[in-house]
Structure formats: C-alpha cells, structure tokens
Design a protein around this ligand. Structure first.
Ligand SMILES: *Cc1c(COP(=O)(O)O)cnc(C)c1O
Length: 255
C-alpha cells in the first residue's frame, strides 16, 4: 500500500524548503497531482489529504476519473473514504488530439498543453459551441496554458521558444474565447544534468515575463513546471505550480 497522505505531506515539506531557499512565501507554489493510471481510491485519498488540483494526461482517463469521482460522491464511497465533498479542479497536462478537445473541455477546467494557433482556434470554436449550448456563460473564455518546448528535445511537444510570443500575441488578439493564463513546460529530462534542467526553466521564466508584457496578458502569471525529480529546481527558478505523480502515488502501474 502506498501512503498517499504521507507522501503528500513529504512533497509539501520539499516545496516549503525550496520556497524558503528561493526567498518565496511558504505555501505560495501550488501542487497539482499528476493522476495518470490512478484508480479512484487513490484520487479519493489525495482529496482526503486536502489536495484539490488534479492533472490528467489522457482524455480517456480524465473522463473515467471525473465520472468515477462523481459516482463515488453519489453512492457514498467518497464519504466512506472520508471525503465529504469531492469538489476539485481538473487540468489537462497531456497532448490533446483535436477529436478529443470537446471531451477535454467538458471534463477539465483548463488545458495546459496548447502549442499552436490552430489548437487555440479549435478551443475557441468549441467554446463558442459550448456557450450556444448553455454549457458556458456568454462571453466566457476557456482557460489555457501555452506549452513551451524548453528543452529543445525533438520528442517533446510544445511551441518553440522563439515562436511562442508571436503565437501568444496572435491568440490574445484574435481569440477572445480563449484565456491565456501562463506557460507550461516539461523541461530537460536529464536528472543528472541540473544545468540543462535549470536552462529549460529559465527559458520558460523569461518567456513568461515577455508574455505578461503583451496587451491584455498582465495576469498570465502561471508557470507550470517541476515534477518529482526536479521540483526544487523548478521552485527556485520561478515555478508557480508543480505537477507531481511518482512522489505521491509511487511508480506508475504499467498499462
Ligand atoms: C506524469 C507527468 C507528471 C508527473 O511526473 P512525475 O515525475 O511522476 O512526478 C508531470 N507532468 C506531466 C505532463 C506528466 O505527464
């Protein structure tokens, strides 16, 4: 059995130590749980421990988990697990194919992996349809983060750093039904090369500064970066939100 509550407490300790080292306020960085492959019992354990931010990579798992939590609330399993209220916020942190966008927007409150104008346009069109169907308020914009490929690895999704600001400006200027809240990055996947990891985070942080200088984007302050092995570096280099899976749920079950 994985001690999810205990692991969550340990992650918060790591976060607080990094916040202190970086001269940042204790508790100012948000913790998002990377929920891939987790059964409902584990998500309930995390909610019981007080966490309220879930991130999903795969849209099918997003749907299953959201429906599962709603069902657990309805049939009393949530209450039995010590969760009086399952209220939480869910975010998409994996690449979304265009044919999955409508499900993504139904079950999640933000999409953090937008890396092209085309995807933003599709989200805007879909949001217009949601408004017409009464699923969103008139004029309500759908929140997104722009994903940056800050490591340069060809296998990573994300917009090229040197194209990001132009893309962001175009989205902000032409798509009022999409609301850019900040940036997301995976960063260099090089646990033994902290200089490369730091470089990724600094590229992202600097793009965040440029982003906020664009018209209408002064509030796009979110920087989602940092995972189990590099959360300290991420917090020391400006992260506002880390995404943690392994340190909380243990090694991922294989499919
Ligand atoms: C799985 C995942 C994480 C969490 O990674 P861990 O190393 O398990 O903490 C964070 N971000 C994304 C996009 C992920 O897919």
């Amino acid at each position: 059995m994985v001690d999810i509550a205990g692991n969550i407490a340990k992650v918060h300790e790591r976060m607080e130590m990094a916040e202190e080292r970086a001269g940042r306020e204790a508790g100012s960085v948000k913790l998002m749980l990377a929920a891939k492959y987790q059964p409902i019992e584990n998500l309930l354990a995390a909610l019981k421990a007080g966490e309220r931010l879930l991130g999903h990579n795969m849209i099918q798992q997003l749907k299953t988990a959201e429906e599962g939590l709603t069902a657990a609330q309805a049939d009393g399993r949530a209450a039995a697990a010590g969760v009086a209220d399952i209220a939480h916020t869910t975010t998409v942190i994996g690449h979304v194919q265009s044919n999955k966008l409508s499900q993504a927007m139904r079950y999640a409150q933000r999409i953090d992996t937008v890396d092209s104008l085309k995807t933003a346009q599709q989200i805007a069109r879909r949001q217009q349809a949601r408004i017409e169907a009464g699923e969103a308020r008139p004029g309500e914009a759908f929140p997104i983060l722009l994903q940056v490929n800050s490591s340069g690895a060809p296998t990573q999704f994300g917009c090229e750093p040197n194209q990001l600001i132009e893309m962001a400006a175009e989205i902000a200027r032409t798509l009022p039904l999409v609301s850019i809240r900040g940036l997301m990055t995976i960063g260099a996947n090089e646990p033994d090369d902290s200089a490369a990891v730091i470089r990724s985070f600094e590229i992202t942080r600097q793009l965040g500064t440029q982003l906020r200088a664009l018209p209408g984007l002064a509030h796009a302050t979110e920087l989602s970066m940092g995972m189990t092995h590099d959360l300290e570096l991420a917090i020391e280099h400006g992260s506002t939100e880390i995404r943690i899976g392994t340190a909380i749920f243990g090694p991922r079950p294989q499919k």
